[in-house]
Design a binder for this molecule. Structure first.
Ligand code: BMX
Length: 277
């Protein structure tokens, strides 16, 4: 039976009916950042009403962390989620079916492992979107960690020896948006504009350095990259080009998310079915 899958990000919310790796129907709404959690859930429940009776389970992949069914922001600048919001309970009230929840990048990592780019292998998923998210599937297991934080690569200090900047402050759609319109910058770089190319490199180089560190820490089979900026034209090709300078054993093998923007939806639907979180 299909699962109602929800993906709440810092910019957009997706609501879908998912069966296996197939998205039977999908709606997109803007995440009204100022409206607050109750309003976000009301909005998505309104959309889900269209499929009432067609699902008996729901899964929510969300930006931020999940601890015992409660939702909190790790970086409120990505989305101002209230502290320890009872997400699972609040969704169960609205949808009247059992609900599971996980971090968005963790869910996407699982989706890619099960149905996408990384089937059966150790993978690190990274989403370069509003923020910078990450998820780890090692030895066939999705790591969520002691308190839901596992995979939060965006929160790692960009330079552990100096300052308190997080990697996400440099590597994310929001970081690029501080310089200019990300769409324009990406298009200009694709045309060969050197200024725009430098601006994208300022994102891509520190991301690749983080991947190199993770390669040494976990030695995964590959890295799967998703997210609006991650999947933008030329971004992964650029990462791969930069990776040529890394010696082969340390070099991350980088792939695009095979499930694209639906990795989180498909992953959380599978987790809901198999109750893995
Ligand atoms: C932030 C953090 C992560 C999330 C990542 C990508 C919050 C609200 N979010 O690092 O939990 O996975 O952003 O999120 O603390 P997105 O909304 O950009 O997809």
């Amino acid at each position: 039976l299909p699962v109602l899958a929800i993906d709440i990000g810092g910019t957009k919310t997706l609501v879908a009916l998912v069966e296996g790796a197939k998205v039977l129907g999908r709606r997109r709404i803007e995440t009204d950042r100022a409206a607050g959690a109750e309003a976000w859930l009301d909005a998505l429940a309104g959309v889900a009403a269209e499929w009432e009776g067609r699902f008996t389970l729901a899964g929510a992949a969300v930006t931020g962390r999940i601890t015992e069914g409660r939702w909190s922001a790790v970086n409120p600048a990505v989305l101002p989620v209230p502290d320890r919001f009872p997400l699972v309970e609040a969704l169960q009230e609205r949808l009247a079916v059992p609900v599971i929840a996980a971090n968005d990048a963790q869910a996407a990592a699982w989706g890619e492992y099960r149905f996408g780019a990384g089937q059966g292998l150790d993978l690190v998923f990274m989403t370069v979107s509003t923020g910078l998210g990450g998820g780890l599937v090692l030895g066939g297991r999705l790591l969520t960690g002691r308190s839901g934080l596992a995979g939060h690569i965006g929160q790692v200090l960009a330079d552990p020896c100096e300052g308190s900047q997080r990697l996400e402050d440099i590597v994310s759609g929001s970081a690029l948006a501080r310089i200019g319109d990300p769409r324009n910058i990406i298009a200009a770089a694709a045309r060969g504009d050197t200024g725009a190319e430098e601006q994208i490199q300022a994102v891509a180089v520190p991301l690749l350095r983080a991947m190199r560190s993770l390669q040494l820490l976990l030695d995964p089979d590959y890295f799967v990259v998703g997210g609006g900026l991650g999947l933008a034209e030329g971004f992964i090709a650029r990462l791969r080009r930069l990776a040529h300078d890394i010696e082969p054993d340390y070099r991350p093998d980088i792939r695009a998310a095979a499930l694209g923007a639906e990795a989180g939806l498909i992953g959380i639907a599978d987790l809901a079915r198999t109750q893995r979180t």
